[in-house]
Design a protein around this ligand. Structure first.
Ligand code: KG4
Ligand code: ZN
Length: 353
């Protein structure tokens, strides 16, 4: 993965003031978020407005509704984050702006990108577009600024499941990914099927505490010899089992499904960490909030004598503090986006150093 985002230049404009406080803006999916982070590691304010209630009745995120909700919510969320940071609509004390410009829902991304450009122009501070996936990686650095390298990051969210070797901030190598559903997507689809509603991950996590994880031996699919994942067979297997056995305990089905997902994720992540001699295994993305996944990763890392970095739950799911942290690092290294910064629904994670 090499190459640089086309809208980003590596030349900091002469006369920029030192980058200390960065405003982050995140609108890639169904969370409208703004945060102010100081020196890339201190969260001064972080406001997240979730649209879960809006989308719950449809069983998933409705892109058109998400875009419109961001338009309504972004102004108050921004005002709140700025006020909590002792700033205001003039951008007093803000040295730069970071915004997620992909990947994500195009209509949602555009809302944040347009706002960030306008504020950058009016306040006269530099702008940088941030990759949402890179932002998730930086969530760990917010809490553990002295992470050692190389790291293997298991990035598991609603849209992505990836194993990434990080040799330094900005230097990424994709080791494997899902060939069908993302882990979070599997949690959400299975939860909907067994009547647990949306979002499915937290609901399955909760109910699994009352279930027997050995009740059903659901398949563990590990395609190929490398580090890829596949969850669609597991999902189908759960659906078939519940159709055959409609009275099956929901808690047992949920716990057995969660056990299968976590087993596969941890097995492959552990092997990837050993393969590259990683000093630590790091979790990122919404599914990293899962209790069983966190416990297992801690356990295998202790067994293997490597570090385990588990961002706090609030930093696993979408937020703008991680965007500001990634943006701070990029701005500090001279990255600047122009005012023609585009939103890119399919933006890829590339090494840019
Ligand atoms: O990173 P994120 O907030 O948004 C995306 O970028 O996708 O991840 C959302 C995903 C959803 O699929 C949600 O069900 C899942 O993360 N999730 C969980 C848990 N909390 C959120 N999955 C399993 N266990 C959880 N506790
Ligand atoms: Zn995310």
């Amino acid at each position: 993965m090499t190459g640089a985002a086309s809208t980003t230049t590596a030349a900091a404009a002469a006369g920029d003031r030192p980058i200390r406080r960065v405003l982050g803006i995140e609108t890639s999916c169904d969370e409208t978020a703004a945060a102010v982070v100081e020196d890339g590691t201190t969260i001064v304010s972080s406001v997240v407005s979730s649209q879960i209630d809006l989308h719950a009745r449809y069983g998933g995120v409705v892109p058109e509704l998400a875009g419109r909700a961001h338009v309504e919510l972004l102004t108050p969320v921004l005002a709140d984050a700025l006020e909590q940071a002792g700033s205001d609509h003039t951008g007093r004390g803000i040295d730069g702006i970071a915004v997620t410009h992909g990947p994500g829902l195009i209509g949602s991304l555009l809302v944040g990108v347009a706002e960030a450009k306008a504020l950058s122009m009016v306040w006269g501070v530099p702008l940088v577009g941030v990759n949402h996936l890179e932002a998730h990686l930086f969530a760990s650095l917010l809490e553990q600024p002295d992470l050692g390298w190389p790291l293997v990051v298991l990035l598991v969210s609603g849209g992505h499941t990836m194993l990434i070797e990080v040799t330094a901030p900005g230097e990424y190598r994709l080791m494997g990914g899902t060939i069908d559903d993302a882990a979070g997507e599997a949690f959400d689809k299975v939860a909907r099927f067994i009547g647990l509603g949306y979002p499915g991950g937290p609901a399955i996590d909760r109910i699994s505490a009352q279930g027997d994880p050995t009740a059903y031996a659901f398949p563990r699919s590990m395609p190929g010899d490398g580090y890829d994942f596949s969850f669609s067979g597991l999902k189908t297997s759960v659906v078939n089992r519940v159709r055959k056995e409609p009275d099956a305990s929901t808690a047992d089905v949920a716990a057995s499904f969660q056990e299968a997902v976590v087993d596969v994720l941890v097995t492959r992540a552990r092997a990837a960490a050993a393969d590259v001699g990683a000093r630590a295994l790091c979790l990122a993305g919404g599914v990293a909030a899962n209790s069983l996944l966190r416990a297992r990763v801690e356990q295998v890392c202790a067994d293997d004598g490597i570090g385990a970095f588990l961002p706090s739950r609030a930093l696993c799911t979408d937020n703008a503090a991680m965007v500001a942290a990634a943006g701070h690092w990029r701005l500090h290294h001279g990255d600047r986006s122009r005012l023609d910064l585009a939103a890119d629904a399919n933006l890829r994670l590339v090494s840019t150093v």
